[in-house]
Design a binder for this molecule. Structure first.
Ligand code: FAD
Length: 313
């Protein structure tokens, strides 16, 4: 099957193979923060808009499923792997500096973006610099921490609506103003419409690099103190239910340290599931279901997952 997809891609778009962006049977555990997941049948690393559009057209034209992968820090990936084409954004990594703004492509890491902003005396992204995702994943998720969210600093984005009609038009990229992102808690229009994020412009304030660096370090320290940064995870597993703290709910159910296989509820922060070594996606999934059941029975609260599941568990 993977060979079919690969051979078809090679037959129709040999230049993509020559450009070195097509790979087969790539272990996805190496591309996500949980360190869990089987292979991607085909894994592509485009670095131009044209390559990305070509891949999307190919998938749509042949009904081949595709998935846009950022840094894989919010994902639980199936042990069986993923059919179709995984399109990694890692090579879309350009940042451009303006007077009071930065423009960043989807594959830029939030860490690099935060450091770049700091070095250039631009404040506003301190909250994001410790989140281990990419700009695309952060806009898609409206990532946030310590009272701020991406929506607070985002001015506009460039995106692609992946339909045959749009992909075949001379310019498939369109602009979204901040208000058109439909941002809410861990949600954006990118999720509703399946849009592909290409780049965003962030409006920031001038400040001294040393002040910005200090704030970044303080927030990083808070993370180190409260979160299990030394073990593979995908961050908070569940969204925060209104009026409750997820970690506290789970802890009060006596679940701290509870484990299935090598997937465990973190001793440091019960909102995190950590991989103790060789956890499978199935272990994690069963643990998620167990937590949901116990918390619901005790508090009547249904915990919704924040992490996204890729492939069949
Ligand atoms: C230790 C740890 C701490 C964390 N702390 C926080 C935190 O404080 N706050 C927070 O909000 N999150 C946190 N997270 C979760 C995660 O880092 C964020 O959700 C992040 O925004 C995900 O970005 P990513 O690039 O890793 O996305 P991925 O995990 O690769 O993908 C997530 C989703 O975004 C989609 N996506 C990615 N790029 C694009 C694109 N260019 N276009 C369209 N869709 C795209 C994917 O298809 C997928 O559905 C944490 C995770 C870890 C492991």
């Amino acid at each position: 099957m993977s060979m079919d997809t690969f051979l078809l891609l090679r037959k129709e778009y040999p230049q993509l193979i020559d450009e070195g962006i097509v790979h087969i049977e790539v272990p996805l555990k190496e591309h996500c923060s949980f360190n869990i997941g089987g292979p991607a049948e085909v894994f592509c690393t485009p670095y131009t808009q044209k390559q990305l559009v070509t891949l999307l057209k190919f998938c749509l034209g042949h009904n081949i499923p595709y998935f846009i992968l950022g840094k894989g820090s919010n994902l639980l990936i199936s042990d069986k792997g993923v059919k179709g084409i995984v399109i990694s954004t890692e090579r879309f990594d350009k940042i451009t500096l303006g007077k009071h703004y930065l423009s960043a492509f989807c594959g830029v890491t939030l860490k690099d973006l935060g450091n770049f902003a700091c070095e250039n005396g631009l404040s506003g992204l301190e909250f994001a610099s410790g989140i281990p995702g990419s700009v695309g994943g952060a806009v898609f998720m409206n990532a946030g921490a310590y009272g701020n969210e991406i929506k607070d600093v985002l001015y506009s984005s460039r995106a692609i609506l992946p339909t045959q009609e749009k992909l075949s038009s001379p310019n498939p990229v369109f602009y979204l103003k901040a208000s058109e992102h439909n941002f809410s808690y861990r949600h954006s229009v990118f999720q509703d419409l399946g849009l592909i994020h290409l780049s965003s412009l962030f409006i920031l304030k001038k400040d001294k690099p040393e002040n910005i660096r200090q704030r970044m370090q303080e927030l990083q320290q808070k993370r180190q103190d409260k979160q299990p940064m030394d073990l593979p995870s995908a961050g908070s597993v569940f969204k925060r239910p209104e009026g409750f703290f997820t970690g506290k709910l789970i802890e009060e159910c006596g679940l701290k340290g509870f484990r299935i296989g090598d997937a465990a509820i973190s001793e440091k922060h019960c909102g995190f599931i950590v991989n103790l070594g060789s956890a499978t996606a199935k272990d994690v999934f069963q643990l998620i279901q167990h937590i949901q059941k116990v918390v619901y029975e005790r508090y009547g609260v249904h915990l919704q997952t924040e992490i996204r599941i890729l492939g069949e568990i």
